[in-house]
Design a protein around this ligand. Structure first.
Ligand code: NAP
Ligand code: ZN
Ligand code: ZN
Length: 347
């Protein structure tokens, strides 16, 4: 696709399988809201086009390189938001490749391959809306057999992006956790927080998702953010809010739901325009505003293993490649429960 125009079929060639590579027969690719921000150039102009989005990839190993011992043909595997990093900095060595300081992570699509160790150095990455992908084995994760591949694909971004801050900021039994925006990321935050034993409150714009959030996803409370009375009764109650909202929104209102003296609003959503925040909303009551970006490879594997043990996966709507443009519009309208996944055999 070219910048800001509808997606259309395009033929790409994947590299030959190198000694450290895994060649993957893609089965499903999730549609993350980040794909839409990227494809529509909402974050920044000048990304390389044509672009092949897709960083929530599940599939089956077709072949592995001669030096790969960790995977074999037939394994169920996943690829997430990045396919390489410097491999040498402190963050890479810690397994937090997403925060690589030695040149940065190489995103799964629309990123230049900058490292000498990359066979295609100088080229651009193409993502998961495709039939095959070849990825260095260090950046491939294993999908537990108990998970359906379509329902597992969005764990590779939506899942890990909310799992990581829940772990980092210490969500545990009896924590009071809020989730703002019940989309792809939000519905996984609810499932994870509930599975960890937390008391979960969803903040959504209408009543439309209340029944499902509470009956099926595991939320304990549901607050409609346009209902002043409900908002008043939730004020000052939460330890941590995972803010997944993809567009401009009232951050001051969300800060009001946090406990004084340490309540933390963790932004994972990436609205394209700057947010306006009143300093008094967090300075006076000593509240924190923080952020979190996807997760490392090791942490992604931990999350997948947790999902495998607890049979947790994403609620998906399965679509064909021809439906992608319509799915983008529906996603922007929050009309999806809760993630579109594309059947890669229809690419
Ligand atoms: P999504 O499925 O579209 O969900 C976003 C949710 O935000 C919607 O379901 C909606 O919830 C709420 N929302 C949308 N527009 C809103 C508005 N104008 N005002 C208030 N609420 C609004 O998107 P997603 O795939 O979960 O991604 C969410 C955001 O996270 C995106 O900006 C994406 O780029 C970003 N992201 C960040 C990371 C990271 O590493 N930090 C990783 C992946 C994605 P309700 O219908 O419940 O109101
Ligand atoms: Zn994503
Ligand atoms: Zn690094």
């Amino acid at each position: 696709m070219a910048g800001n125009s509808p997606l259309e079929p395009w033929t790409i060639t994947r590299r030959a399988v190198g000694p450290n590579d895994v060649s993957i027969d893609i089965k499903w690719a999730g549609i993350c809201h980040s794909d839409i921000h990227m494809a529509r150039e909402e974050w920044s102009k000048g990304k390389p086009f044509p672009m092949v989005p897709g960083h929530e990839i599940s599939g089956v190993v077709l072949a592995v390189g001669s030096d790969v011992a960790s995977f074999e043909a037939g394994d169920a595997v996943g690829v997430g938001v990045f396919v390489d990093s410097c491999r040498a900095c402190a963050k890479c060595r810690e397994g937090k490749e997403q925060y690589c300081t030695g040149g940065g992570k190489v995103l799964t699509y629309a990123a230049e391959m900058i490292y000498d160790h990359q066979a295609e150095k100088g080229g651009v990455t193409y993502g998961g809306y495709s039939q095959r992908i070849v990825v260095d084995a260090n950046y491939v994760v294993r999908i537990p057999a108990s998970l359906d591949l379509a329902e597992a694909a969005p764990l590779l971004c939506a899942g890990i992006t909310v799992w990581s801050p829940l772990m980092f900021y210490g969500a545990q039994a009896r924590s009071k956790i809020g989730v703002a925006g019940l989309g792809g990321l939000g519905h996984m935050a609810v499932k994870f927080a509930a599975a960890l034993g937390a008391e979960v409150t969803v903040f959504s714009r209408s009543e439309a998702k209340r029944a499902e959030a509470c009956a099926r996803l595991g939320a304990h409370h549901f607050v409609v953010t346009t209902d002043a009375e409900a908002c008043g009764s939730a004020a000052g109650s939460l330890d941590l809010i995972i803010d997944t909202i993809s567009a401009d929104h009232d951050v001051d209102q969300l800060l009001g739901f946090l406990k004084n003296d340490g309540g933390n609003l963790c932004m994972v959503g990436l609205p394209p325009s700057p947010l306006s925040i009143k300093a008094g909303g967090f300075v006076g009551p000593r509240k924190m505003i923080s952020g979190s970006n996807i997760g490392g490879i090791r942490e992604t594997q931990d999350m997948l293993d947790f999902c495998g043990r607890h049979k947790i996966a994403c609620d998906v709507e399965r679509i064909q490649a021809a439906d992608i443009n319509a799915a983008y519009d529906r996603c922007v309208a929050s009309d999806v429960k809760y993630r579109f996944v594309i059947d890669a055999s229809t690419m």
